[in-house]
Design a protein around this ligand. Structure first.
Ligand code: URA
Length: 245
């Protein structure tokens, strides 16, 4: 059944395509149409009745909800596009998938690892919301030789970033070498460049960073960088349970 007409920004956000602010950008860039005509910032559409499209591809509940694990390779932006600098984004890796899905959260351009892709807007919104404290496990190769005092500080909740205390992170040293170490860090927040900033703050700048697990689900070792596979029903249930769905 067709719903009441609502703002295009809400339709795109509910479909998990982008935030409402991101939708405004797409609309301003002229990439969104309603029934074939370019959408304006005040345009509305009735889900189930009007056809809303981004870059010519229809946004529709009819596609059904899809969930994937993506092994993001380093060197690609987690963004729909990079209008200013034209840098490569992850979007081409997603184009062959049977449904239009989008990354949940971001990894920095130089960071690789597990990203969830979905068109389930409510799940995506909750997974990204700090109140659900979804754990993210990172493996960082760092400069210097981290020691127990560093781990203690990372886990203490005493570090301050942007004037706010950082939630205690679970930290563990997994390798030590000459002037190099590897640390596993589990965060429940998702602040900008958080792992890099935390490890720099304890004197061990990150050299290479990878997200190894998300919400307790490990990155599938069979998935090469750039590859995607559907999440299993069990994995989807784990994600949903983490955020009360
Ligand atoms: N921490 C970072 O520093 N970068 C990421 O991409 C994710 C977590």
């Amino acid at each position: 059944m067709a719903g009441e007409a609502v703002r295009i920004q809400k339709i795109l956000a509910d479909a998990g395509i982008c935030s409402r602010r991101g939708a405004e950008r797409l609309i301003r860039e002229g990439r969104v149409t309603v029934n074939g005509a370019p959408a304006g910032l005040g345009s509305k559409a009735a889900p189930g009745k009007d056809s809303v499209a981004v870059d010519g591809a229809e946004v529709g509940a009819a596609e059904g909800l899809r969930y994937y694990m993506f092994h993001k390779p380093a060197g690609f932006l987690t963004a729909l596009s990079d209008a200013k600098l034209g840098r490569a984004t992850v979007m081409p890796f997603l184009e062959g998938l049977p449904a239009r899905v989008y990354p949940v959260g971001r990894l920095d351009r130089d960071v690789s690892g597990f990203l969830v892709l979905t068109n389930d807007g409510e799940l995506a919104r909750r997974l990204m919301h700090p109140s659900y404290m979804v754990p993210k496990l990172y493996l960082a190769s760092v400069k210097g030789e981290p020691d127990r005092a560093d781990l203690e500080l990372l886990g203490s909740g005493r570090l301050v970033m942007d004037g706010k205390r950082v939630a205690p992170a679970k930290a563990r040293i997994v390798a030590r070498g000459e002037d190099r170490g590897a640390v596993e860090l589990t965060l429940t927040e998702g602040r900008h460049r958080q792992v890099k900033r935390m490890l720099s703050a304890v004197g061990h700048p990150v050299v290479v960073l990878k997200r190894k697990a998300y919400a307790g689900i490990p990155l599938d070792p069979a998935l090469a960088p750039g590859e995607t596979r559907p999440l299993t029903d069990r994995e989807v249930r784990i994600l949903k349970r983490k955020v009360g769905l």
